[in-house]
Design a protein around this ligand. Structure first.
Ligand code: SOE
Length: 377
């Protein structure tokens, strides 16, 4: 018989939905000691909170996140808020002894992130940051292949995250959904929003970075702010490109933009090693491409592995071999792993401390672009 674990989600936007969906589905597919119970959603305005609670099956709703954290019947505080609210909410939740799942990036900057790490570690509460792409089976398989040593010495790590949804100059900034364009809410543009994903995966697959050299650009410099109704300066980076040295001696090349017409969410990475290479593409997320130089030269070539067999990561929990899963399942896996870690009393990566490393890279990237200089991470 599984034990109830009461969930309180703060934030009823896109991420609030992905997390709610994950808690609802996880025990249909994974045997867990804990059964998540959707206790409370916190959102604004009240109508939105009420209808979110009804649609997703929450027992109750709140409009003040402090009230949700103060409730004795909440075990897990799940933060799905704009970046500028992560710090305050996470520190309050840690002080209240709650387990915390926080959306990425961890914080607005490294100093804030460090405070959050200190808070959860002092409180001794389980904590996880939602870098969900790690838990797409093909990406987890990439990690297993790297760990097996099949690639040999690594020479290159290359990643892109390309979108095109902010090209229109009349798109406002700020407020619901568009807070990502408002530097006061987001901290940065594509660096914290998109490159943070690429960096998290890269640190996981290829180890720490030593130094970075970056350039950023803001293509649309003024936008109407949804909350004030005024035309305001845009403070975010619309595009960012950087290169880096990894500690293992390999070279890294990264690009993120919201101005790549035709690309909606093209997250790709490629690793080139001495013996073999791998590459992955979010638009074809169930496939991992693998090239092995040790293959017989007559049949040597890129293999496209359909990561849907029972012995592929996570796949034995889903349908029958050959039938694929998608984006939402990465969040189900995240919750399954987190609840398993909580039951065992073990940390699950990326913890706040792990995610602080990504934050440090983002900060070095932004400093490098600003100062036109190499920056140590
Ligand atoms: C932005 O468009 C966004 O939704 C990011 O905020 C997510 O983290 C990314 O996974 C998809 O793109």
């Amino acid at each position: 018989m599984s034990k109830p674990l009461n969930i309180g989600i703060i934030g009823g936007g896109f991420m609030g939905r992905t997390h709610s969906n994950a808690y609802r589905r996880v025990t249909n597919f994974f045997d867990l000691e804990y059964q998540p119970v959707l206790k409370a959603i916190c959102a604004l305005p009240e109508d939105a909170a009420r209808s979110f609670a009804e649609r997703w099956g929450f027992e109750s709703f709140e409009t003040d996140w402090r009230k949700l954290i103060a409730r004795d019947d909440i075990d897990v505080v799940d933060i799905c808020l704009p970046n500028n609210l992560h710090r305050e909410v996470a520190i309050a939740a840690a002080a209240a002894g709650k387990i915390i799942l926080c959306e990425k990036p961890l914080a607005m900057n490294t100093a804030e992130g460090q405070e959050m790490v200190d808070a959860v570690e002092k409180a001794g509460v389980a904590n996880l940051v939602s870098y969900n792409y790690r838990r797409i089976p093909a990406v987890t398989l990439a990690r297993q292949i790297v760990e097996s040593g099949k690639l040999g010495r690594i020479f290159h790590y290359r990643a892109n995250f390309l979108q095109d949804w902010t090209i229109a100059a009349d798109l406002p900034q700020g407020g619901d959904a568009l807070w990502r364009l408002d530097v006061a809410a987001a901290g940065s543009g594509v660096t914290g929003d998109l490159l943070a994903h690429c960096i998290d995966t890269a640190l996981w697959l290829n180890g720490p970075m030593v130094d970075v050299n970056a350039m950023t650009e803001t293509f649309i410099t003024e936008r109407t702010h949804q909350l004030t109704g005024k035309v305001e300066k845009v403070g975010i980076d619309d595009a960012c490109t950087f290169f880096c040295h990894f500690k293992n001696g390999s070279l890294g090349l990264f690009e993120a933009t919201r101005y790549a017409r035709g690309h909606k969410a093209l997250y790709t990475f490629e690793i080139n090693g001495e013996h073999a290479s791998i590459k992955w593409d979010l638009h074809d997320l169930h496939r991992l491409e693998f090239f092995d130089h040790a293959d017989d030269s007559q049949v040597r070539g890129w293999r496209s592995i359909h990561v849907s067999d029972g012995d592929h990561p996570y796949m034995d929990h889903w349908w029958v071999p050959g039938l694929q899963i998608g984006y939402e399942h990465s969040f189900v896996h995240q919750v399954a792993d987190f609840l398993t870690g909580i039951a065992k009393g073990e940390a699950v990566a990326p913890t706040f401390r792990d995610a602080l490393e990504t934050q440090k890279v983002c900060e070095a990237v932004l400093a490098s672009a600003k100062g036109h200089s190499w920056q140590q991470v």
